[in-house]
Design a protein around this ligand. Sequence first.
Ligand code: FPP
Length: 246
Amino acid sequence: MSFDQPTQEYPSIDSNLHVAVIMDGNGRWAKNRGWPRLVGHRKGAERVRELVAACPGLGIRYLTLYAFSTENWKRTTEEVMGLMSLFARYIKREAARMNREGVRMRVIGDRSRLDPKLAGLIDWIEQETAGNDTVHLTVAMNYGGRDEIARTMKFLAREVAEGRIAPEDITEAMISDRLDTRFLPDPDLVVRSSGETRVSNFLLWQAAYSEYVFSPVLWPDFTPDTMQTILHAFHMRERRFGGVTV
Ligand code: FPP
């Protein structure tokens, strides 16, 4: 499927779910076909576009995607550069569609290590889509849960050192309000594709009470229908947040 084909297949339903996704399996998908890993990532980017378009119909208001972790710098320069240019291309190509479909895009993670051109593009798309409210797309780029918590702790420590807050006044809510995700509700559901059953440093603080679904589907094969099946299973689960059901 090309980048330009419309994919709105589901009628809009009223729900404010926050679904976070660890998009895994691009490399294996490509390898299975004897193709370079980047071909898998490119196919993965098409799946992102389809899923974003399907969000209103799936009842997903907040979609958070793990695109590049703080550990992914260990990959070959070719793959890292390829991924970075894929992100830049996605932003440039999808900007108009995001505005048409009411998608607000934001990026979480440590931007200081990103190429200044890509960082500039991220600033631009965040401003460009700031007025949209139908779907909140958050892309985690150079993101690691521990790194995010460490940056937040440094910020809090500075506030304490400057006398603006007292250590004994620090609450969980104050920590949440200083994380990269401060503008998001906690995820209701975390999905990982490709059959791996690890959390891989994704939203460690925020997913404390999230449901997890591990899907065997490799990300380049992951369609809105795959998500719909997962959401069906999710809606059957009972969420108790540590309490008991009466
Ligand atoms: C993990 O699969 C995937 C990534 C590290 C990159 C995810 C990126 C995309 C889906 C591309 C587009 C994203 C956006 C937001 C435009 P892997 O390469 O580790 O797969 P493997 O475990 O099979 O090797």
